[in-house]
Design a binder for this molecule. Sequence first.
Ligand code: URA
Length: 239
Amino acid sequence: MSPPEKRSALLRKVRLSLADLRQEGIEFLGRPLPGAPVERERFDPSSESDPVEGLRLIRENLGECTRCRLHEGRNRIVFGEGNPQAPVVFVGEGPGAEEDRTGRPFVGRAGELLTRIIESVGWQREDVYICNIVKCRPPKNRDPATDEVATCRPFLDRQLLTIRPKVIVTLGKPALSTLLGRNVAITKMRGIWLDWNGIPLLPTYHPAYLLRNYTRETRQAVWDDLRKVRARVDETSGS
Ligand code: URA
């Protein structure tokens, strides 16, 4: 491994460990007192190099989750699906009725549109990875509450850090606000390149918004965004 590769492998390890700690409710790390014994970090090296194993472990950690109230009304956990080595990860808001029934993300009407959007730039759904900020359906499709998002967030972070795609695409305001950690206006931010932990992030509209506002402008905006994403991926893959 070259020094820059070593450095990025180490950084990845640190990020995964921090995501683990956050999942356990630890939000702050202090310095140990002089002479205090230092706990060795728990780290499974297989998940570092193998995203299939990494995602399997995250799913296993999630288990039959009851960490927030969303579990009360759900039928199936919608963890996410797609290529563990995807060049692009799409992040939506939360499962709807069809997703809750099938356990798969974006399979309802908005999902059909998302699939067409992905295909419009020459990818298949199986080429990318698709997940949501919360893994259980909010009752009556309400927005997920802040505490529900915060509870589920470590799993999303770990999915993204494990796949480490070339680009993250957030769909709609909640996904973007969650990853940036602040409330943002999607209309102002869409189509602008941002950064999430060293990974380029491009926000675009949620396909459900597109279905409700199916105008030439909104369609053009999303297709423009996806073309940018495709170009960026192709640039960095040298194809
Ligand atoms: N909307 C989302 O945000 N996610 C899904 O999985 C389906 C619809």
